[in-house]
Design a protein around this ligand. Structure first.
Ligand SMILES: Cc1cc2nc3c(=O)[nH]c(=O)nc-3n(C[C@H](O)[C@H](O)[C@H](O)COP(=O)(O)O)c2cc1C
Length: 218
């Protein structure tokens, strides 16, 4: 079994899964049980996760893929410049690895469309939180999610968190029976990555620690 540092370093987002390689339910249950150990404000455990496989997943993918054709997602704008730079760099790395040129709008759109197929992952997840909760509780959901991703990685499973599937909360809600009181936060793909898809082998760089962390001593 890999040690903790290896698991953290091995976890990465996969954007093409093997659709016919199912996720063993016992591995998924083990990972979920570990993720439940995540800390949260007043231990309210604010995370809710809906997991769709089989016919339910197929119907969700069909509905999202149809919707996205008639109602294209709005480009994410208004980011501070420093964040924009990182976003551009990520796009260059991911699309570059897929062999899609910057000016190839159709190629980018076709690659983007796979988001709404959950990148073909056999387990399609949606992460939710009660709509009356706030930022501090979203931190708890994030802690749950990262713990889950690491536990999946440790078990040889691959994943990708997605904001894209949450851009159509009405469809997701309808197809996964998500109650009104929950806010749809993000999607989650779980499965085995396709090793033949070059973008799956990317390791996205990070800032030096000093760019994000300040030590104060006087
Ligand atoms: C909240 C959140 C939303 C994300 N949304 C998407 C998405 O919609 N599509 C996608 O391809 N990747 C998405 N990602 C994956 C990020 O692009 C990825 O985590 C980041 O570039 C770092 O790469 P790594 O996960 O491979 O280390 C998302 C990640 C998070 C945490």
């Amino acid at each position: 079994m890999p040690d903790f540092d290896d698991v953290v370093n091995q976890r990465h987002s996969s954007r093409m899964f093997l659709p016919d390689k199912p996720v063993p339910i016992e591995l998924l249950n083990e990972a979920l049980a570990l993720a439940m150990r995540a800390p949260s404000n007043s231990n309210i455990q604010p995370w809710h996760l809906f997991l769709a496989t089989g016919a339910r997943r197929e119907r969700l993918v069909a509905a999202l893929s149809a919707e996205v054709q008639v109602n294209r997602p709005k480009a994410i704008g208004g980011l501070p410049e420093s964040h924009n730079r990182l976003r551009r760099e990520l796009g260059a790395l991911v699309y570059g690895a897929m062999g899609v040129a910057r000016e190839d709008r159709d190629g980018r759109w076709n690659a983007q469309l796979r988001n709404w197929e959950f990148f073909r992952a056999p387990v399609a997840g949606i992460v939710c939180m009660h709509r009356d909760l706030g930022f501090a509780d979203a931190v708890g959901v994030g802690a749950f999610l990262q713990t889950l991703l690491l536990a999946l990685t440790e078990r040889g499973l691959d994943s990708c968190v997605q904001v894209s599937t949450a851009m159509y909360p009405g469809i997701v809600r309808e197809h996964l029976d998500i109650p009104d009181e929950l806010r749809v936060l993000c999607g989650l793909c779980i499965g085995y990555a396709d090793p033949a898809f070059p973008a799956n082998n990317l390791r996205i760089p990070r800032n030096p620690v000093t760019e994000n962390v300040v030590f104060l001593d006087s």
